[in-house]
Design a protein around this ligand. Sequence first.
Ligand SMILES: [Zn+2]
Length: 380
Amino acid sequence: MDNKNVGKNDLQKLCAVLAKEFVFAHKLNSMARQASADRAWLAIKHFYDNCQTNKPGKKGFPRFKKRGHSVEYKTSGWKLSAERKHITFTDGFKAGKLKLVGTRELSFYSVKQIKRVRIIKRADGYYCQFCVDVERKIPHQHCGRQVGIDVGLEFFYTDSNGNTVDNPRLLRQAEKSLKRQQRRVSQRKKGSSNRRKAVQKLAKKHLKVSRQRKDFVVKTARALVQSSDLVVYVSEAGRSPDLQVKNMVKNRHLAKSISDVSWSLFTNWIDYYAKVFDIWAIAVAPHYTSTDCSVCGTRVKKSLSTRTHRCHSCGTVMHRDHNAAKLILLKGINSVPSGRRDLFFTEQQPACEPVNRIMVLFLLQFRHLDQKRLRNETGA
Ligand SMILES: [Zn+2]
């Protein structure tokens, strides 16, 4: 970071040097060393990009990770047993043979399909993740349903047909017990083993909330995609800065509710399932979706607290999120060249060649989620 013009390759080379200098770096498998250099470079690049584009607010200066919580291996340094129930790490750390506990079956995949193996420390134990390179496709029943969705605080989302899904408010529910545990931590003497135990318990409780949240988000996204042929949502990146989640979280009154709803996690999973079920998922910029009338297009200004859209021009009255969801759907349809639009209305699947290319383009704006992630608990 202190030297100019240091690139990704220099970091990779530095790994080999460090390996001679430090015992722990030498013990680690060479490809795992490179993987950690890759991750460090990503963090640095992210920071540089933010500076270059002069992103407002924090630039994300890379932080030195004191305690590593995960190690990533590529295709060497580990070996699966013949029946795929044990994994042995073969590098200098001599972590030895670990039993894979869990319901996931690894024997469906060849070892060549496993591109990454990660060991992750969570509050309740160690986990082993496998990134497996597979095409996951589930046949989708055409139903002619197209939805635009608007996420919000009142409801988790509202779709363009006026249906709503409630917010689970998981953090709120667990709050009491989290607070109690937090108090216990601060009452214990620093450095004592009782404090360490209390911290461990608190971490477990937080882990539980985050798992419940993920579970809700994944199931909701799957249900939505499964029952639609087209899903249009607002992209987080396209929001104006004052409406982006990370800035809204600074508003103390809204903070807790917002960080509790995890919208971007939701849209990532919509993208993932759209690929799996082979349907269209389109992200649009949110401009004016909260003001314009979805029937006649008149701009009706309203504050965040006004929950109803009342159009003075055509007399339409509906919930503001419902109105926004309708506009979002329209925007999504309009973002596709008119010659292709009829494809939404026919049985034709987007799998046919030219359309597929468009679909990939849309999805490339987001994370590649082609690789299915399997989680297996490892008990040493
Ligand atoms: Zn109107």
